[in-house]
Design a protein around this ligand. Structure first.
Ligand code: TRP
Length: 411
């Protein structure tokens, strides 16, 4: 296992992809269904109960441990709840990025979204953290919308449909409050000329055999999908071209995007760039069960940024919980807070740490009923989404400020 070496920006032998020989290399990405067929994690699909500690081992990443949290604290003077609660639980080269920040060197942030549907609260979490990092580090941010990827992924999707979601998603991105002077939105089909030369350099260095191992492509995968990954890799190196020198990049993203970065890191140094660093988030649990993630394809399992208050109320009231079957049993045995999506929503979004710890103790000791938690979550979510909706409305007037070429974007 090359834990140490994959963390070293100069180490010539450090490869996140490895030599593509599964027997010799524990870092070979694949998806993590090897031992358990009910779990599947690729950039396009997350199925089953996710064991995050196991992902750290399988993907060969580093845990967000107390050491790295202390380094963060030294720079920011505080510990963001998403770090403290291990919502961001894993990283690559975050220590390298923090050293650069400390020494006053400019780093870029890079994140993105596949515009396959409307945005829900699960999507907002890494974006909110990205905004926090932008504010703390004063960093420039590239935000990529992979409209090409989402068109290619599904045979049913038309380009008009994807364009509609791209527009709607841009409003959500802007409403998170990124600094307009330090943020550029890249829409792949619009801004491809800025990415294409870099994507070509990357594509030339990656074999189909590697792409198959990393992304799980098969003979029935359409060739657009097979050719796509370098387009998502390109923004990792764009900052170096903009700045005219190798520029460190940190990518906050959910862990399912990791295959892209393993591939990119493998070619980075050969191309004269730093390996892009990552900070990986978990998935926000879906409202209908313990496993999986909130999904745009199952709208009842997620709270969307455009949901009406009655809809939020209904989704929350029919949410899965960790509660017992009856009030009497709940009082007697207590609930399973850690297996309860309502608890996690409240913890990540709305409760402060103390409130959440108290909620936990009251729940597991039978002194709290699911109805109370649900009513807290419904109230908080309605007010959060109502604020966001206003920001989405005013975002319509500032699209140009955020687009890569400061141009308008219309449906
Ligand atoms: N492929 C991502 C998705 O489907 C979108 C994306 C593009 C992205 N670039 C990114 C996500 C960088 C995180 C970081 O959602």
């Amino acid at each position: 296992m090359k834990k140490g070496s994959s963390n070293n920006q100069n180490g010539s032998e450090s490869s996140d992809i490895g030599n593509n020989n599964r027997d010799n290399n524990e870092n070979i990405p694949q998806n993590n269904e090897s031992e358990n067929n009910s779990v599947r994690i690729t950039p396009w699909e997350v199925v089953g109960h996710v064991d995050y500690d196991r992902l750290i081992k399988e993907f060969g990443t580093q845990p967000i441990d107390s050491e790295i949290i202390e380094k963060f604290q030294k720079i920011t003077g505080e510990v963001h709840p998403m770090l403290k609660l291990h919502y961001f639980f894993s990283h690559r080269d975050l220590d390298f990025i923090l050293r650069k920040v400390e020494s006053g060197e400019k780093i870029y942030l890079y994140t993105g979204r596949g515009p396959s549907g409307m945005v829900h609260m699960g999507h907002l979490m890494p974006w909110m953290f990205t905004k926090y990092l932008q504010d703390k580090f004063g960093s420039k941010l590239l935000f990529q919308l992979t409209d090409d990827e989402k068109f290619l992924y599904s045979q049913e999707r038309t380009r008009e449909e994807i364009r509609h979601y791209t527009y709607e998603n841009i409003l959500d991105i802007i409403s998170v409050g990124f600094d307009p002077n330090n943020t550029k939105i890249i829409v792949d089909t619009t801004h491809i000329k800025h990415l294409y030369p870099i994507a070509l350099e990357i594509a030339k260095r990656i074999t189909f055999s590697t792409a198959k191992a990393v992304f799980g492509f098969s003979s029935s995968t359409n060739i657009g999908m097979i050719g796509f990954p370098p387009v998502q890799a390109a923004p990792c190196f764009l900052p170096s071209l903009i700045e005219g020198k190798p520029t460190p990049v940190l990518i906050p993203a959910a862990i399912d995007q990791d295959p892209y970065w393993r591939m990119t890191r493998d070619v980075a140094e050969k191309m004269g760039f730093y390996k892009p660093a990552q900070i990986h988030s978990k998935f926000l649990p879906s409202l209908d069960s313990q496993g999986g993630k909130m999904s745009s394809s199952k709208p009842e399992t997620a709270i969307f940024t455009t949901d009406e208050p009655e809809v939020i109320e209904k989704k929350v009231s029919s949410a899965f919980t960790g509660g017992q079957a009856t009030v009497a049993l709940q009082r007697q045995y207590g609930g399973n807070a850690l297996g309860c999506p309502v608890f996690w929503y409240l913890r990540y979004f709305f409760d402060d740490e103390k409130e959440s710890d108290e909620r936990f103790v009251k729940c597991i000791s039978g002194n709290l009923l699911c109805g109370e938690c649900k009513s807290d979550l419904a109230r908080e979510s309605k007010s959060f989404i109502s604020t966001l909706k206003k920001r989405r409305e005013s975002a319509k007037d500032s699209i140009e400020k955020y687009m890569y070429e400061n141009e308008p974007y219309e449906i």
